[in-house]
Design a protein around this ligand. Structure first.
Ligand code: SF4
Length: 171
């Protein structure tokens, strides 16, 4: 598939795809296009190397189940966008950085930090009589109540395997 090839055409196709997905769901790519494309090249290299789009700025293990949290867009994107205005790699940025009002600052990797606990915000809502389990997209926090998670998150476009059960239905 051309979109996954590590060449100019593949990079442009991938860029256009995530740019379009981002626009439709409220995410901005870094306006420095050559920097952004260099990150996309890294993602495409990781797809070729590991078979999945691991974060271009982190060391992947090569095992998808171990790296599921750092498949781009990673589980940490939104919390870093909120706190720093950019994701760890600065592929995604907020409006202020996009418009040049603010610069990207160094962002600590929260993957193995205590902050990770805040992201793994497991169920503590108590007993609720649910007809369907509640699924949560680990990338953007989108919630839905249905038997199975959607194939693709309607907000951030993360795939089904990025969903977790937040609350199980009561049997
Ligand atoms: S969203 Fe996460 S995985 Fe993707 S480039 Fe940014 S930091 Fe890396």
């Amino acid at each position: 598939m051309v979109i996954r090839q590590v060449n100019e055409k593949g990079i442009d196709l991938f860029f256009n795809k995530i740019n379009k997905d981002g626009i439709s769901s409220g995410y901005n790519l870094n306006p420095d296009t050559s920097f952004t494309k260099s990150l996309i090249r890294g993602i495409l290299v990781n797809i070729e190397r590991y078979g999945y789009d691991a974060c271009p700025c982190r060391l992947a293990s090569g095992k998808k189940e171990e790296d599921i949290d750092i498949i781009c867009p990673c589980d940490y994107r939104d919390i870093d966008l909120n706190q720093y205005g950019a994701c760890y790699c600065a592929l995604y940025v907020d409006e202020e950085i996009k418009s040049g009002k603010k610069k990207v600052l160094p962002i600590p990797d929260r993957r193995f930090s205590k902050d990770k606990e805040k992201i793994d915000n497991k169920n503590n809502i108590g007993n609720i009589d649910l007809k369907y389990p509640i699924w949560r997209c680990k990338v953007c926090g989108y919630l839905c109540a249905r038997d199975n998670p959607p194939a693709v998150c309607p907000v951030c476009k993360a795939k089904k395997d990025r969903f977790e059960i937040l609350l199980n239905k009561l049997r």
